[in-house]
Design a binder for this molecule. Structure first.
Ligand code: MTE
Length: 400
């Protein structure tokens, strides 16, 4: 064990805050080179405080409760969750709302620490569909939200947030209570023994070390639901937001679904392109994702700051569901029914003649999803520096 937490952790992980709490991302190329699935050691971590000691407890006896506006409140152990409910496994990309915040902090300091473009990771999560649990409790008339609470005691109470009840009851949204990750028990950093996994939404909704589900008529009043994971209007400064709670109380500014986003991994920011070397084409490549289960439908690259665009090829993680290796990883229980929905990142690539790269100064990538939502050209700055998704720029450094 490390003083602030838990082993094993990959030494390549980049610390974004001090020693505590533990907040890390992988080097972007290491993350991408692993392929669609991220190993638990390299998976990004966003912890608001210490990993609770109970993550080391006698796991099958871990208890969590379902209460609030329900006909039949109950408490369930992890053992019961694993034996009394159908178990599902899905590949899901989790993305921190602060992914790419570093670019915002360069323009104007936000209240958040500087994530690069690797604040996301993908795993096969195994657990129970949240709707199956909620139906057993029978939500009452007028119930609208599912509040979740974790076991980590923080300066402002336990970490908690909420999502809409009708999303949680919709099997196509795939919200789950997960105990497994890539065929193993969850790691302590990622919520062992039980966490919520909310596909297609910002990672902040996927509560780790889950202790409570509370059904309510109003969104969560947890401090972390109100003062975190929001995009406030751009003119609200850090001072204004600190002095006027009204900005935080407006649920319209809470973030749920992810927006289309993408990044170039190769060439990397510090890579020098050898322009005289063969082959005479360079493969520019990276990742893209969107939210709410919406598939990325195009990725476009420009070498002239947006005057002209080239269409990149897209490879979908979902198409790998058939992959025997993946199925083995989760004991043969991988579900295929979501092939039409995308809860994973995808990889794009395009071969560009080296001579054309030699004539350009930079490469921009932008992506679009199936609802024609597109990454904007310009940054939308906000006080927490979240959901940053303008066209992603890499400068071309030449040599030879
Ligand atoms: N759940 C609890 N209990 N405590 C936390 O600090 N952080 C949230 C979410 N769930 C958090 C939590 C945030 S902001 C993110 S982005 C994800 O967990 C990160 O999940 P990961 O660390 O497994 O990647």
């Amino acid at each position: 064990k490390t003083p602030d937490g838990w082993l094993p952790r990959d030494p390549r992980l980049i610390r974004l805050t001090g020693v505590h709490p533990f907040n890390v991302e992988a080097p972007l190329s290491a993350l991408y080179d692993e392929g669609f699935l991220t190993s638990p050691e390299l998976f990004y971590v966003r912890n608001h405080g210490h990993v609770p000691q109970c993550a080391d407890a006698d796991i099958p006896d871990w208890e969590f409760s379902v209460g609030g506006m329900v006909e039949h409140p109950f408490t369930l152990t992890l053992r019961e969750l694993m034996t009394e409910f159908e178990q599902k496994t899905y590949p899901i990309t989790l993305v921190c709302a602060g992914n790419r915040r570093k670019e915002q902090n360069v323009v104007r300091k936000t209240k958040g620490f500087s994530w690069g473009a690797a604040g996301l990771s993908t795993a096969l999560f195994t657990g129970v569909i949240m709707g199956d649990i909620l139906r057993r409790a029978k939500p009452k008339r007028g119930a609208k939200y599912v509040c979740m609470e974790g076991a980590d005691k923080l300066p402002n109470g336990f970490y908690g947030t909420s999502v809409k009840l009708n999303w949680a009851l919709d099997p196509n949204r795939g919200m789950m209570l997960a105990h497994g990750m890539n065929g193993e028990m969850l790691r302590p950093d990622h919520g062992k023994p039980l966490r919520a996994v909310i596909p297609g939404q910002i990672g902040g909704r996927s509560v780790k070390w889950l202790k409570k589900l509370i059904i309510t008529a109003e969104p969560s009043d947890n401090w972390y639901h109100i003062y975190d994971n929001r995009v406030l209007p751009t003119m609200v400064s850090p001072e204004e937001s600190a002095n006027h709670p009204k900005w935080w109380m407006d649920e319209r500014y809470a973030i749920y679904d992810l927006s289309p986003n993408s990044a170039t991994v190769y060439p990397a920011h510090d890579e020098r392109l050898c322009l005289s070397a063969s082959p005479d084409r360079y493969r520019v490549k990276g990742y893209a994702y969107s939210g709410g289960g919406r598939r990325i439908t195009r990725c476009e690259v420009t070498l002239d700051k947006g005057k002209t665009w080239r269409l990149a090829n897209i490879e979908y993680a979902e198409d790998r569901y058939r992959d025997a290796g993946l199925r083995q990883l989760c004991g043969g229980t991988l579900d295929m029914e979501w092939r039409e929905t995308s809860f994973c990142w995808s990889f794009w690539s395009i071969d560009i003649p080296v001579s054309e790269l030699a004539d350009a100064n930079d490469i921009f990538i932008r992506s679009m999803d199936e609802s024609m939502n597109m990454q904007p050209r310009d940054m939308y700055w906000s006080v927490l520096g979240m959901m940053n998704n303008p066209w992603f720029r890499v400068t071309i450094h030449k040599e030879g």
